[in-house]
Each structure stands twice: as structure tokens, then as C-alpha cells.
Design a binder for this molecule. Structure first.
Ligand SMILES: *Cc1c(COP(=O)(O)O)cnc(C)c1O
Length: 643
């Protein structure tokens, strides 16, 4: 066990390689990030085997020179390109390997990251593979229609669809977009048929089924029997009958299911797919032409780098996923002598997770280190103070747990005496110092022995420093708060120096939930992060990785901290980086207007107050000018901590 207090190895013993292992960089980075021998995190846009690399500290330096301050969300379009490529190549190779007679078509579900840049780039990079889009609402449909580029592009429409939605989707077919309505609830069938009749356009329709096999992990409820979307077997047959009666059975060409996001165990993928194949074959037997099997999302990302079926990981690679899918579908179809369908997958998370990195500067540290000088403890102190001090003196390996219990006992006794008026503030303060000193001694001993008592392991986070990062958890990492998702956090420089402190990361909202206290370390989850001491006058920057999926638009305006700056960076010809796009983060006036303030009104109200102070003679007009200027500049400024 390594702790801040474990014996310090000579500085030369620690290398960047140790840091890469400690933070698990090569395990979670998908080959896109590495640690250089100079101790810097590097982007490897062409993969870890290749020499082309971009140092993140160097990017930060370049951004600072351009006047862009932290926090910044970096986007790397090259990684998006690569992920789309890998997914298509994975399926392409599997299709070849198994002699599969159908094709693969990917679609990107817009909801995973709806930002214009993302949708634009997905359509650009995806064009050569015919990679399409998935829309779950009218707004997403509109975005998809505007950005799909080629005739025949696939557009899968999920979610509740009103008449307008359906009209627009039908018109999309007229202009050559392969738009498919996926029926989520039985109510939709009638509306689709009526609208199609009215416009005289034949729709292409899919059905979403609820499978009885459901995945594990956070989202397991969105797949199986409890899923709010999708048809059960009875409803499915009712739909088929309706289509047949109306003469629209030939329009039923796709079967869709979505097990939920981040399915960590490949066995769940296979089990669900097998069931879906059985349903597909059943629909063929019902006389529907079919032709496409849409397996939804769920392809997981190994945030923990543990390659396991733990919720934040996955026990398979993209290649294995593709092979298992193709093999299963082929096996099931061959068994029933059914033509191999086109396989569609809706992988969102796996497409965009690597794409973005949040850069956060550490503003300050709070340490719980006791500064106890025993000579300060007067001879005639309260007996509770003396007893508490004795706890630390009697400490040895055999009485660790006892001393731990006693330390808390005396702390509580001292607090109670203080509250009852039997002890002064100075004495209580001394008591607290002794308490922290006791805990630090206990933890130090724990870290030196083989098997410390279980209960005492919690001391690590109890004693950890708090590093204050310039960001809002609620805005930039909502899933870390909402579903305890773990994201890799790594200092982006000084990795050739051993990180000797342990910390949790707090944001700058005043919410006590605004903290990160679960981290990836050597393939497991730890409550604290290994960090370096801050140096006077030097920045300390943390990168939060794999934040491209779901984080950007789920975020909210807690404490009115707004969107961060976004900078999109790619490798230039000369090996240096190029700023590809820059999107300024929210100003305070922007976030105020989101919550219905009118910035002009806000300003006018404040000016009126200042004018009152002038009239009453409290300030003169010069001071008025400074006050108003400060107010106006702040109103136009960044919502985050500024230097
Ligand atoms: C959210 C969603 C997806 C994306 O899932 P990932 O696990 O992110 O790939 C795909 N399909 C549907 C229907 C969804 O709701």
C-alpha cells in the first residue's frame, strides 16, 4: 500500500512508466493517450504504436497564449474519425471472416452528444462507410435531415412520433434519405399508416421489441421487461396484424432492440441477440419482408481499464463485439434458412467517449494535516485532552483498532464538553488537532503493515487532501454525480515525479455533492487520487478523460456555472497542433438569460442602486464609474474562476 507517508523512494526510482501504470493510462485510453518519458500526457491520434504525438501541456500552453483560460473541453476530431473507422472495419472484417452475406450499417444516436460539431463530423467521417444517424425526437430529426449528405443515408427514428415527425420522415424518403420509423408503442401504428396514406408515400417501418434477456450494469432496466419502450410479444403480433390488414406488411423491414447503454458483459450481448434473431425469424414467418436487424447501442467503454464485467468496464474489445454479433446472427439465420439481414448498430458511447477531455486547473488545496506541537499542550490541560494525547503515545500494531476507537471517542467527548460549556474554544481546538494527529499516526502505521483492520482503510479518504478544481461537476461530469460513473482523472504533467499526496477533487460549486471521490488506479476503483504537491506559482492541471459521451448536454447550470470553452484540436502538418474550432464558453450574461433574467435589465437595476448611493453622497462619481465598470466586466466574463 502506498500512502503519502510511506517511506519515500529516491526520486530517481520513479519514472513516467510507473505513472502510466498507476493511472492505468494504457488500459483505458484505447490507444489514444500515453505518457511520455518527460512525464506529459500525450494524444496519439494515430494510435499508440505510431510516432505522431501531441503533448497536452503543450496544447494548454498554446491555448493560454491565445488567451483561452481553463477550464476547457478539448475535442479531438481525429479520434472520432478513428472510432467510426474501427467500428466499420470491425464489422467488415467479421463479415469477411464468417462469410456473412449481409452488410453492416452503423448509425450514430444523436442524443449521445448532440453538439453541432459532433453531428457534422460524424456525417463527414461516416460518409465513406454510409454511416447514418439515429434521431429520437423532432429536434434531432431536423438536425439529422440537415446534416446527412448522401442519397441512401440511413436515418433511424426512435422515440415518440407525432404527425409532424412522421410527415417530415416520409418526405425525407422522397429526397432519397433511407428513413425508418421504429415503432416503440402500439399507438404509433395507426398514425403512421394514416399519415402515409394521406401523403401517398410508402413508409419503411421497424419494430422495437422488449427482450426478456436484459443486460447488467447501470442501464439494465432500459432493456428487459421493465423497459418503458418497445413492444412485448403480444403487442408485436397486434402490430403485425394491423399492418397486414391495412396492406402495409411489406413496409415492415426492420427489427430493433436496445439493451441499454454500457453493457459490460459480452454474454449479455449474445443472449439478447439470440433472442432478437428468433423474433426476426418469427416476423419473416409472419410474411414481413424484413431485411435489417438493428441491435441498438450498448457497446461499452472501459473507463476503469480493468477489462472486466464491472459496470464501468467491458470484458470484450470492439473486434470481439463485431465478431460475436456477426457469428450469432449468421448461426441463427442459417439454422432457419433465412437470408442474412443487414446488421445495424447504434453505438453512441463507443463512438464519442474518447473524443473529449476536460482540462481543469487546481486552484487550491485543503489539507487535514495536524500541525500539533506537543509542547503547546499545557501540563494542567483538561483530562480529556491529556487522555486523547495519550492515545497517540500508546499506539502500536496490536492496538490499532482500539486507538482508532479511542481517538473518535475523545473527539466526541471533547465536543460535548464544549457544547455544554465545560470547555473553552482554545481547548476544543487543541482537542481537534490532537484528534487529527492521532488519525495520521494510525494511518501511517496501517500503511506499514500487511493486513490493517478493514474499518481503518476508510482513513485514506478521511485524511486525503481536497484539491479544488476550477470546474462544475454538474455542468461537465453530470454522470459522475447522477450515476457514480468513474472517469479517468490524471495530472497531465509532472508524471515523471512520484505523486506523493492523496486527494479527492472538489469543484467550485458550493454543493457538497460537487466532488469526485472515485478514481481509477491500477485497474481498480479507489476513493482518492494520487497527486503531486502544488508548487508555488506553478499551474497544476488535471485531465478528465473519456467525457465525450452523454456529459455535454446532460449538464446543468448548478450555481449558474455555464458551458466551458470548447477547443477542437488536430495534428498539424508540422507535428504541432492546430486549433480547428473554438467555441467560447458561456458568459455570466448568457447563463443569467437562460434562467430568464434580461442582462440589460440586470445592469439597469444595478446602475439605479449605484446612482442612489451617489445621490445620498456615499460615493462620488469616480467611484461610481469603477463600480459600474467592474460589474459590467464581470457580467460579460467567464462563469468560472478567472485570474
Ligand atoms: C441511447 C441509445 C443508444 C446509444 O447507446 P450507446 O450505449 O451509447 O451506444 C442507441 N439506441 C437507442 C435506442 C438509444 O436510446
Amino acid at each position: 500500500m502506498k500512502t503519502p507517508d510511506s517511506p519515500q523512494p529516491s526520486p530517481s526510482a520513479w519514472t513516467s512508466e510507473d505513472a502510466a501504470a498507476l493511472y492505468g493510462v494504457r488500459e483505458w485510453s484505447g490507444g489514444y493517450f500515453d505518457v511520455s518519458s518527460a512525464g506529459e500526457v500525450e494524444l496519439c491520434p494515430k494510435g499508440i504504436e505510431e510516432a505522431s504525438r501531441l503533448s497536452l501541456p503543450r496544447i494548454v500552453d498554446g491555448l493560454r497564449k491565445r488567451g483561452i483560460s481553463m477550464p476547457v473541453l478539448l475535442r479531438f476530431p481525429e479520434l472520432l474519425d478513428r472510432q467510426i473507422h474501427d467500428l466499420n472495419r470491425g464489422f467488415g472484417e467479421a463479415i469477411e471472416e464468417y462469410g456473412y452475406e449481409g452488410k453492416y450499417r452503423g448509425v450514430y444516436p444523436i442524443k449521445v452528444n448532440q453538439q453541432e460539431q459532433v453531428v457534422d463530423e460524424v456525417c463527414t467521417y461516416g460518409a465513406r462507410y454510409g454511416h447514418g444517424l439515429e434521431a429520437g425526437s423532432k429536434a434531432e430529426l431536423i438536425a439529422a435531415l440537415a446534416y446527412l449528405k448522401n442519397p441512401g443515408d440511413l436515418l433511424i427514428c426512435n422515440g415518440y412520433k407525432d404527425e409532424r415527425f412522421i410527415e417530415l420522415g416520409l418526405y425525407a424518403r422522397r429526397i432519397g434519405i433511407d428513413c425508418v420509423f421504429v415503432i416503440e408503442t402500439p399507438i404509433e401504428v395507426k398514425l403512421i399508416i394514416e399519415t402515409a396514406k394521406r401523403l401517398g408515400i410508402r413508409p419503411k417501418v421497424g419494430v422495437r421489441v422488449r427482450l426478456s434477456s436484459c443486460g447488467s450494469g447501470h442501464w439494465k432496466d432500459s432493456g428487459g421487461d421493465r423497459s418503458v419502450f418497445g413492444l412485448n410479444a403480444g403487442q408485436l403480433m397486434d402490430c403485425v396484424d394491423q399492418f397486414r390488414e391495412e396492406g402495409y406488411l411489406d413496409c415492415l423491414q426492420l427489427l430493433h432492440y436496445h439493451l441499454g447503454s454500457q453493457i459490460p458483459d459480452i454474454r449479455d450481448v449474445r443472449t439478447a441477440l439470440t433472442e432478437a434473431c428468433r423474433v426476426y425469424v418469427g416476423l419473416i414467418h409472419e410474411g414481413a419482408p424484413m431485411g435489417t436487424l438493428d441491435i441498438g447501442g450498448g457497446l461499452a467503454i472501459d473507463y476503469e481499464g480493468s477489462q472486466s464485467k464491472s459496470g464501468g468496464s467491458r470484458n470484450y474489445t470492439i473486434e470481439e463485439y463485431c465478431r460475436d454479433v456477426v457469428e450469432t446472427v449468421k448461426g441463427q439465420m442459417d439454422l432457419c434458412d433465412v437470408k442474412h439481414p443487414t446488421i445495424v448498430s447504434e453505438s453512441g458511447r463507443a463512438t464519442v467517449a474518447y473524443y473529449s477531455v476536460l482540462l481543469v486547473d487546481v486552484l487550491d488545496v485543503n489539507r487535514f494535516e495536524p500541525e500539533l506541537d506537543e509542547s503547546e499542550v499545557p501540563e494542567n490541560s483538561h483530562y480529556l485532552i491529556r487522555n486523547s494525547l495519550a492515545v497517540g503515545h500508546s499506539l502500536c500494531e496490536e492496538n490499532l483498532q482500539e486507538c482508532y476507537n479511542d481517538a473518535f471517542f475523545y473527539r466526541d467527548e471533547i465536543r460535548q464538553h464544549f457544547q455544554a460549556g465545560a470547555m473553552g474554544l482554545r481547548e476544543r481546538s487543541l482537542g481537534e488537532k490532537i484528534f487529527w494527529d492521532n488519525l495520521a499516526k494510525i494511518w501511517k502505521l496501517c500503511s506499514q503493515i500487511e493486513e490493517p483492520p478493514e474499518e481503518l482503510l476508510g482513513l485514506e479518504s478521511f485524511l486525503a487532501d481536497i484539491y479544488y478544481g476550477n470546474f462544475s461537476l454538474f455542468q461537465s461530469l453530470p454522470d459522475a454525480w447522477a450515476i457514480d460513473q468513474v472517469f479517468p482523472v490524471v495530472p497531465i504533467e509532472r508524471l515523471n515525479e512520484e505523486p506523493m499526496r492523496r486527494a479527492i477533487l472538489s469543484d467550485i460549486t458550493c454543493d457538497c455533492d460537487g466532488k469526485v471521490d472515485r478514481f481509477v488506479e491500477s485497474g481498480r476503483i479507489r476513493r482518492t487520487l494520487a497527486v503531486h504537491d502544488l508548487r508555488e506559482g506553478e499551474k497544476y492541471l488535471l485531465g478528465v478523460f473519456l467525457v465525450g459521451a452523454y456529459q455535454e448536454t446532460l449538464g446543468d447550470l448548478h450555481n449558474l456555472l455555464g458551458d466551458t470553452h470548447v477547443v477542437s484540436v488536430r495534428m498539424g502538418e508540422d507535428g504541432d497542433f492546430e486549433v480547428d474550432r473554438e467555441i467560447e464558453g458561456d458568459a455570466i450574461a448568457d447563463v443569467l438569460s437562460y434562467v430568464e433574467y434580461d442582462p440589460k435589465q440586470v445592469s439597469a437595476r444595478f446602475r439605479a442602486s449605484v446612482e442612489r448611493a451617489v445621490r445620498s453622497g456615499d460615493i462620488d462619481v469616480d467611484e461610481r464609474r469603477s463600480i459600474v465598470k467592474t460589474f459590467e466586466e464581470t457580467l460579460r466574463g467567464y462563469t468560472y474562476f478567472e485570474e
